[in-house]
Design a protein around this ligand. Sequence first.
Ligand code: NDP
Length: 280
Amino acid sequence: MSEPLDLYGVVGHPVAHSWSPFIHSMFARQTGERLTYRLYDVPPERFRSHVLEFASSGGRGLNVTVPHKLAAAQLAGESSERARVAGAANTLTFTGGLVIADNTDGVGLVRDLTVNLGLVLENRRILIAGAGGAARGVVGPLLGQSPVEIIVAGRTAERARALAQQFESLGPVRGCALEEISLGSFDLIVNATSASLAGEVPELPETAVGPVTTCYDMAYSRTETPFVRWAQERGCARAVQGWGMLVEQAAESFQIWRGVRPDTIPVLTLLERGAPLPPR
Ligand code: NDP
């Protein structure tokens, strides 16, 4: 009899829309790793017990998505520096009775921006719209690219200010309300709000977008997202959806779990070209 495959998955609520099973099965095929990857739709009140049961029944690792990233960081017995700094985790590894948390969102975004899209972030002005779990994961790694400033702007100003304050020791970052964003265009605008999911766009000032601005929507869709459309209509240099971040953060998780780095470009190309929907 053949050995059972190592079990991984993604836990979220909702999670049915997730491309992670498709991406990880492509990575597994490409690298020859023997694993299976499942979807787990788990509400907040069952998150902790689900994770602990998954681990005690032999599960090897979980990706964590909305709305559990903060709870995942709190549940872990050990955390990587980047999960600790972010206070949020998207990758859990179960080994030797321990739950180890990591956060690969930031490195995934930075890799997509700097490697796949060829952007230079040093000395650039960056605006992050939104102050939720995803924003929390990317501020530190973006500051690591030595931008001249990062502004975190939120619909709930206090949340944006509190988030920025947490990262002040790492570089020039400040938080404000969306309507307080200073005049002048940015080199990079990252939409880290979940507005696209409701067909909406965060209320950013028109002046934020100029002819050199790259607009990056963390959200992704088989059609244009509202933010991408909004940015193009305002004459930005480039408007991109978050497919690259999605694939790069997954590759980083895969490497943590399996010790081998998959090639992201073939998977990203498939997704951007419109790969068939994953089987349910
Ligand atoms: P959260 O629920 O933690 O945070 C959402 C944020 O969006 C909050 O700050 C909220 O504001 C803000 N927001 C929601 N609607 C609006 C609106 N209409 N106008 C202005 N602000 C709004 O979600 P996450 O941070 O986990 O995820 C954010 C987005 O990033 C999602 O679309 C998610 O799918 C995407 N994502 C993509 C990844 C990728 O790999 N491409 C990885 C991770 C996330 P308030 O604070 O006022 O409630």
